[in-house]
Design a protein around this ligand. Structure first.
Ligand code: GLU
Length: 448
């Protein structure tokens, strides 16, 4: 074993020991640092200054109580989190997730990923993530409002446009961002637009932010196909999820001539041979906030599979846009056997390590979330730019910027993978691009 390899193994063991039980965090750390062997060999100063060890330890972590009352007057207690991982490249930046599965290990895996993702965008943003173990499912609008207000009371003093800038993630969309921003503005007596992104364009938000993650995943996929002499035109696609990322990934796929035949939610998936009718999905998910099973009631030709595995649906392009570890080794094998040629992650870490191995061994194009879904946070950075200059750009201009950013991300990952001896391996490329940018800034700042 090389010295660098040995060192990486030691760092990983130490992370596991110091963060017991945080399995998603361990998984995310392992995935990144395994790629860094050739980097440590080229740059002994990173090892001397313990850059990897420092990156694995968040700069600060905030855990707070979030009490709130439901519509019947019953009191509930949730736990709020904000893990501020790294601010070498800019203020902490990353979304908030409201989901019952949220605990420190999930927030840390997401925050750790965010460091590198944000660096890969080339924008001046650090990495963070937050959220709460609150379940928005079935809650009334006023319950959501009261929860968001209480959450912000616990967090506001740690935020600021130059300090920490949250946004949405699973369970946090434009409605929640509105309640959070409204409360921040009220408590602080400041109309500080740049303190949160994903705002509605009517009051300081960026056009295209809503669409950005989904559109960006598809632009990234297009680039991966281009280097293989392929395009999205006429391709059959499967997109898991039916939230914000999935909906706008499907929209862009359809706009580029692909056919999306299946999408899902946490209960099951729908298969529509004629192609998913996006207007119906938008209506079910964005307006009615209902379940995807309603699709098959509206379109009789479609089939709904309760608890089914969406990856059994044959396709050429698969975009996992639901949640972490939703695509395992077995499903990856099925996709490859069914002729899938490209997979790009719209969600964060949706493919298990075994699944990633299958994709890489089979030689298909695999775009990891850090690169493929970075369009969302990149457009958040564009929102911050507009807020800082009190400007508002057009949809077309913003989308052009997003498209360029995704093309640059693809190029950087592709070239870096080749430079470090793993051609076409976007996992290695993305990890090294993101790590080196953060490491260089950390070296420049001295031991802090
Ligand atoms: N939650 C999103 C992500 O995973 C967006 C974060 C942001 O816009 O700050 O990148």
């Amino acid at each position: 074993m090389s010295k660098a390899r040995e060192r990486i193994e030691q760092i990983y063991q130490q992370v596991v020991r110091r963060n017991p039980g945080e399995i998603e965090f361990h998984q995310a750390v392992k995935e990144v640092i395994e790629s860094l062997e050739p980097v440590l060999e080229k740059h002994p100063e990173y090892a001397e200054q313990k850059i990897i060890e420092r990156i694995c330890e968040p700069e600060r972590q905030i855990i707070f109580r979030v009490p709130w009352q439901d519509d019947r007057g019953e009191v509930h207690i949730n736990r709020g989190f904000r893990v501020c991982f790294n601010s070498a490249l800019g203020p902490y930046k990353g979304g908030l997730r409201f989901h019952p599965s949220v605990y420190l290990g999930i927030v840390k895996f997401l925050g750790f990923e965010q460091i590198f993702k944000n660096a890969i965008t080339g924008m001046p943003i650090g990495g963070a993530k937050g959220g709460a173990d609150f379940d928005p499912k079935g809650k009334s609008d006023s319950e959501i409002m009261r929860f968001c207000q209480s959450f912000m009371i616990g967090l506001y003093q740690h935020l600021g446009e130059y300090t920490d800038v949250p946004a949405g993630d699973i369970g946090v969309g434009a409605r929640e961002i509105g309640y959070l921003f409204g409360q921040y503005k009220r408590i602080t007596n400041r109309y500080e637009s740049g303190v949160i992104t994903g705002k509605s364009p009517e009051w300081g938000g960026a056009l295209v932010r809503r669409e950005a993650t989904g559109y960006g995943v598809v632009y990234f996929t297009e680039e991966m196909l281009k280097v293989r002499g392929e395009s999205l035109e006429g391709k059959t696609c499967v997109v898991s999820g039916s939230g914000n990322v999935a909906i706008y990934a499907m929209e862009k796929l359809q706009a580029l001539g692909a056919k999306v035949v299946a999408c899902s939610d946490s209960n099951g998936f729908v298969y529509d041979e004629q192609g998913i009718d996006l207007q119906t999905v938008k209506n079910i998910k964005e307006v009615r906030r209902a379940r995807i099973s309603a699709y098959a009631q509206i379109h009789k030709r479609a089939k709904y599979f309760e608890n089914g595995n969406i990856w059994t649906v044959p396709c050429q392009v698969a975009l996992p846009c639901a949640t972490q570890n939703e695509l395992d080794e077995r499903s990856a094998r099925i996709l490859v056997e069914n002729g899938c040629i490209a997979v790009a992650e719209g969600a964060n870490m949706p493919t298990t390590p075994g699944g990633v191995r299958v994709f890489q061994e089979s030689g298909i194009a695999f775009g990891p979330g850090k690169a493929a879904n970075a369009g969302g946070v990149a457009t958040s950075a564009l929102e911050m730019q507009q807020n800082a200059s009190r400007d508002a750009w057009t949809f077309e201009h913003t989308e052009r910027r997003l498209h360029e950013i995704m093309q640059n991300i693809h190029r950087d990952c592709y070239e870096t993978a080749a430079e470090y001896g793993s051609p076409r391996n976007y996992v290695v490329g993305a990890n090294i691009v993101g790590f080196k940018r953060v490491a260089q800034a950390m070296l420049a700042f001295g031991l802090i």
